[in-house]
Write a protein that binds this ligand. Sequence first.
Ligand code: ATR
Length: 270
Amino acid sequence: TDRYAVFGNPVSHSKSPMIHAEFAHDTGEKLDYTAIEAPLDGFAEVWQAFVAEGGRGANVTLPFKEEAFALCDTLSHRALRAKAVNTLIVGGNGRLYGDTTDGIGLVRDLAYHRLTLEGKRILVVGAGGAVRGILEPLLAASPSEVVIANRTAEKATALASDFTDLGKIEGGGFAAISGQFDLVINGTSASIAGEVPPLPENLFAKGAWAYDMMYGADPTAFLLWAGPRGARLLDGLGMLVEQAAESFFLWRNMRPETASVREALRQSLN
Ligand code: ATR
C-alpha cells in the first residue's frame, strides 16, 4: 500500500486523513494516509525517514510549508510564486517535486459554487503566506482587478508588486479601499481571534460574495459581518476539500468527486 501523510505541528486536528481516506474509498485507490507531527526543528529529518520507509508523497501544513519548499528539487510555477508548498511528490527517480494546491483549491471551490471570476473586481484582505499562496490562480482566472488590503499596508504593497506581471493588482491599507467588489476574500488570521478587519461599509457590489479562507462549526466573525451587508457567504471548508482533491490528483492521476466529502466534513464539525 502506498503511503502518504500530512506533516504539521500541531497536526492532530487535521481533517486531511479523513478527506483522503474518503477519496481513496471513492476512487478505489489503495493508499494509506496518516498525520505526522514533526518537531518544530525537525521537519527535514522526519520527512527523510518517511521517504526511507517508502513514503510516496505528503501534504505539508503549518509551520513547515516554507521548509518543505526549500527541500524540493523541482517546483511548480505556482509554488515558486507562493514561496511555499503544501504538496510533496516523491518521483520515481527519487527526486522531490513540490507544488501548492491551496490557490487552485480556492478557485475550484468558487467554480463549484458557480462563481465565475472573469471580469470581476476582487478584494483580498490580508498579506501573509496564506494570501501569497492564492494570488497566482486568482489572477489566472482573469478578474478585472485584484486589490490587496492589509493592516500593515507596506506588506500588501510589496506582495502586490510581486504579481503585477500576471494582471491588474494593487496593495494598500484598509483606509485606501475604495469602491465595491464582487468578491471579498478574508485571508487574515483575524478570524481565529474572532476579530473582523476594519473594512468600509458598502463594500459589496450587488450579488457579491464574501469568502473566508477559515472555517468552523459556526460562521466566522468576517462572515457574520458580511451577511447583513448583503453578501452571499462561503467559508473555507470547500477550499480545504478542493486543495486535497488537487493533491490527490497529483499523486494518483485521478480526480475524486468532492460533494460527498464536503457533506461529511460539514457534518463532522457539529
Ligand atoms: P498566514 O500564514 O495565515 O497568512 P501570516 O503570514 O502570519 O499568517 O499572516 C497573517 C495575516 O493576518 C496578516 O495579513 C496579518 O496582518 P499584518 O500583516 O498587519 O500582521 C493579518 N492579521 C492577523 N490578525 C489580524 C487582525 N486582528 N486584524 C487584521 N489583520 C490581522
